[in-house]
Write a protein that binds this ligand. Sequence first.
Ligand code: SF4
Length: 425
Amino acid sequence: MSDKERRFSRRDFLKITGAAGAGSVAASIGKLSGASEMTAPASSRPALVPTRPFGKTGVNVSMLGLGGSQDLMSKQLLLRQAVKMGVTYWDTADRYEGGNSEKAIGNYFEKFPDDRKRVFLVTKTSSSDPDRMSRDLDTSLQRLKTAYVDLYFIHAVSDVKDDISNSARIWVEKAKAKGKIRFFGFSTHSNMEQCLMDAAELGWIDGIMTSYNYRLMHADAMKKAVAACTKAGIGLTAMKTQAKFFAYFYADIGRESDTSSKLNEQFERKGYTPEQARLKAVWENPDIASICSEMPNMTILQANVAAAMNKTELSFQDKQLLKQYSRETATAYCAGCARICESALEENVPISDIMRCLMYSFGYGDHRKATRLFVSIPGATRKRLASIDYSNAERLCPQNIPISTVMKQTVERLVAPQFGSRVRG
Ligand code: SF4
């Protein structure tokens, strides 16, 4: 195969998205309106997103997963198209969109019951208390209109020893025996490396969804943690793969470098976008079974599917440029190592969560999500954010983030009139 053939071209992209794209969209509209499904001859069926084994579960999952932390109610067609393209790992949670994410998926399964078997369905609870988990799971099953979920997570674990008790283990065994869940695990975006190491030691965790991207994946601690999970047979899903930073802050410190433009130009020449390249960087680790990506529209779904289908590996130069870019923008990216900065303060301030608010607000432009997370922080803490002395935390931060400045700007931006009085509490 020549270099030219090996490269991912716009023609490849169009081939992939064209095969499963506009034509299928039109067909799906017909099906959603109740028309019967015509079985396409095998030769004209679009290729599906490849699958990877999910730990030792014996299940293969699509290497691209659909993130449900978005308004899916009006996106039944997107769900339909995801299945058609083989994006059959679906992630939701009881609290996403106030339960509407689960309800939207439930509506979909009611319309297309055969697709339930095709989808590897993941949902989450925010509690590890067995009684609350039972209630939450039943509510989720009801909303999802299904008798079971494939993988049940405890949401946003930051300390396995504190957040996952032995009573949770007993609950899991019972829920599995009743056929309500097939597998169990947790999601984490704080202290991920330690959480992964502790989970590997526990020996009964089936799967973990963790922040993982081109910025985090090269650190020795992360490499060790992923290897430990792989050895323990834990299936791994990567999230936050775009590794967005706080854009406004980035601009303020004048760090916009040539590397960013070089990176964009280089990927552009090869026919893929920086976003697709960041996904590919993560998939290059075979220990990552799937990437959970919030794909809010058909264009992004198709672009991500094209990236998953394309076999071209990133070149050494691509990877070097990504690493250089990561180094140059480190001070505007929070690596989630909450233990380091938060234990340096005398009072309890969830610095890592606040940084995540900023990432949602400025990196992803999702102010609603930023606000929801921000208001979950106790009002008394929010009010004091700008007056706390963060100097000890700043000294320890491996990303060299000027935490005091960021906290002051958080107060200015998230407790601003556009977010309304709800935020002030
Ligand atoms: S602010 Fe720094 S120390 Fe704290 S979680 Fe983020 S990167 Fe880690």
